[in-house]
Design a binder for this molecule. Structure first.
Ligand SMILES: C[S@@+](CC[C@H](N)C(=O)[O-])C[C@H]1O[C@@H](n2cnc3c(N)ncnc32)[C@H](O)[C@@H]1O
Length: 284
């Protein structure tokens, strides 16, 4: 069987999925150690039996809902590939907004070496991207999950950043209260277990619960973190965070309650789909 034939059959197996051909290509390219472009140029190449049977086994897993990124062990974020596995959330495109906001605000503030915390770093996609985009920044990445931090560390190593960034375990800000940051950038778990329970069956089944759920309304961790921010040695210049569909009013009202007298502005920004997604608090 050739690459071209195997891709047709793989795509047919995934006919009920949203992106059958793309998923088949991503899996086969990862298995063969090729880019998708290289795969296109190899469509007449024969695929050996061992590869074939592994490929169809993977297709069966994708058909049952396993995310392709957990099979390819890779997800692109801000133009770079990050290693991912079941210990971390798969980075989402909308999270790139947090990176863009941090870069924009660090320019606006004229900070050449901003001190930035990526709180709840998971794969490390936010903090490690910022370390590459803002090479003079001091970046700290923290997470409550030792498993997730192993993945952060692996990505830091792969991107040549291990000596440049600080990676540490902390329940929210509890191990960081005596440190000073210009930016706290965070994508804490925000799916509610009772309300704002916006999650697909597949995400619920395959991605780590610790990375998804934030209590009854999804905002429990954010509330705790906002409280902690107020007890920090110094307030950050900016607090930038992501939240979910339908949470905009609740988030805005929480931010006002916690930071009314400390903030010079509280902004809510929509993502490319027009859904409110990111908050930016500028402190006085
Ligand atoms: C939604 S994921 C975000 C991961 C990554 N920053 C991203 O955007 O793809 C949330 C992360 O917060 C971590 N987390 C959950 N509870 C936490 C806590 N109490 N303190 C610190 N991190 C926590 C999870 O382990 C997970 O890695």
């Amino acid at each position: 069987m050739t690459v071209g034939e195997i891709l047709i059959q793989g795509g047919e197996m995934l006919a009920d999925r949203p992106t059958p051909r793309l998923d088949a290509e991503l899996v086969l390219a990862a298995m063969m150690g090729l880019t998708r472009e290289q795969l296109f140029c190899s469509s007449d190449k024969q695929v050996g039996e061992a590869y074939r049977s592994r490929f169809f086994d993977f297709m069966a897993q994708v058909r049952t809902g396993k995310p392709v990124s957990y099979i390819t062990r890779s997800k692109e974020f801000f133009g770079r590939n990050f290693y991912v596995d079941e210990r971390v959330l798969i980075p989402r495109p909308e999270t790139e907004m947090l990176v863009e906001q941090a870069i924009e605000h660090s320019k606006t503030l004229g900070l050449s070496s901003p001190r930035i915390l990526d709180l709840g770093c998971g794969s490390g996609c936010i903090g490690l991207t910022l370390a590459l985009e803002l090479p003079n920044a001091y970046i700290t990445l923290s997470d409550i999950s030792a498993d997730a931090l192993e993945v952060t560390t692996m990505n830091a190593e792969r991107l040549g950043l291990l000596e440049k960034v600080k990676i540490l375990e902390s329940n929210l800000l509890s191990n960081l209260l005596d440190q000073e940051f210009d930016f706290v950038v965070t994508n804490l778990p925000y799916i509610g277990t009772k309300i704002h329970h916006v999650v697909s069956e597949e995400v619920d089944a395959y991605e780590p619960s610790l990375a998804l759920y934030g209590g009854d309304d999804g905002l429990v961790l954010y509330k705790k973190m906002f409280q902690q921010i107020l007890t920090c040695k110094t307030l950050p210049r900016r607090l930038i965070g992501e939240f979910g569909f339908g949470q905009s009013d609740d988030v805005f009202s929480l931010l006002n309650t916690f930071f009314e007298h400390k903030a010079s502005s509280i902004q809510i920004l929509p993502d490319l789909a027009g859904i409110d997604r990111v908050f930016v608090v500028s402190f006085l």
